[in-house]
Design a protein around this ligand. Structure first.
Ligand SMILES: Nc1ncnc2c1ncn2[C@@H]1O[C@H](COP(=O)(O)OP(=O)(O)OP(=O)(O)O)[C@@H](O)[C@H]1O
Ligand SMILES: [Mg+2]
Length: 285
């Protein structure tokens, strides 16, 4: 078995006020895969991400990157942040420069890269996130979605091996969300490990290879999205089921097995294709 790119062993984290956000939490992230982290409000997703990025340090337990325990000295944190990029849930807590061009340049500049390389990376990230026109506008004069995209661009410019995104689609319009999905697909093809927190179960079912589901600071379950997101216990905890999974279940009850031949439709389009395929077989077996 290959070493997980990130792993947590019995990790606990309690905030200074006394709230225990994670309690003996263990999970692993497989390299090169798309992982969705799910859980109700306050279940610990953002805390988990801050721990994976070294922003917070667990009081108990061990976190490993590529099999090596995280180091919290300057050198160790620099190495970690180079490998693991993080986009926060709230863009205002991530942007600190007068304009987003400066903000996106900050990371590559800190890596000590040559000027031309920095310019290339920043221009590419601005183009990917459709921000070129507002690159020099004051940061405070941008819309929420533009700020969110600027945070994503800042992390893309670092070219990390692991990209962690906390609710990346919240606040993006449908056109931008689709375009961002294309950017994520490209990163996935290039071998980047992608981790997103989301409350959108349809998106998780369609996009993720793996899921990690938190329940009140504990791991409820982890595994393949196609296997976990059809479980009634998961639906109970999250308060909903992915629509395609639900339709598949109802169709099975009425005698139509859309999961025949090992095919697992993950989107509405795939489900319709599976149904058309089946009806053609019934007409012309
Ligand atoms: N700065 C903080 N100080 C004290 N407690 C905190 C702090 N941040 C979060 N918590 C608490 O830790 C627990 C986990 O919060 P966290 O933000 O990790 O949840 P989440 O799963 O990301 O929720 P959401 O879906 O709302 O984003 C919650 O009980 C929350 O109230
Ligand atoms: Mg959160």
């Amino acid at each position: 078995m290959t070493t997980p790119v990130l792993e947590l062993h019995e990790v606990s984290f309690t905030y200074p006020g006394g709230v225990t956000a994670l309690d003996g939490f263990s999970a692993g992230i497989t390299r090169g895969r798309r992982t969705a982290v799910l859980g109700r409000n306050g279940s610990g997703k953002t805390t988990l991400f801050s721990l994976l990025n070294g922003l917070k340090r667990p009081q108990k337990g061990v976190i490993k990157l590529n099999g090596e325990p995280l180091r919290y000295d300057r050198q160790g944190l620099l190495k970690l942040r180079q490998a693991v990029g993080m986009v926060f849930q709230d863009p205002d807590s991530q942007l600190f420069s007068a304009c987003i061009y400066e903000d996106i340049s900050f990371g590559p500049l800190n890596l000590g890269l040559p000027e031309a390389e920095i310019r290339n990376r920043v221009d590419k990230a601005l183009t990917q996130m459709k921000l070129t026109d507002v690159a020099n506008r004051p940061t405070h004069a941008l819309s929420f979605g533009q700020k969110k995209r600027a945070c994503i661009a800042g992390v893309l410019a670092m070219q990390p091996h692991v990209l962690i995104l906390d609710e990346p689609f919240a606040g993006l319009d449908p056109v931008m969300a689709k375009e961002f999905m294309v950017v994520l697909d490209q990163l996935h093809q290039d071998g980047t490990s992608l981790i997103i927190a989301t409350h959108d179960l349809d998106l998780a079912y369609a996009w993720a290879d793996d899921v990690i589901i938190l329940q009140d600071g504990h791991l409820l379950t982890q595994g393949k999205a196609s296997e976990q997101l059809v479980l009634p216990s998961v639906h109970n905890e999250l308060g909903a089921a992915p629509l395609v999974a639900e339709l598949g279940r109802v169709l099975a009850l009425t005698g139509t097995d859309v999961y025949g031949n090992g095919y697992h439709p993950r989107t509405g389009t795939e489900l319709v294709q599976a149904l058309i395929h089946q009806s053609r077989q019934e007409i012309d077996p």
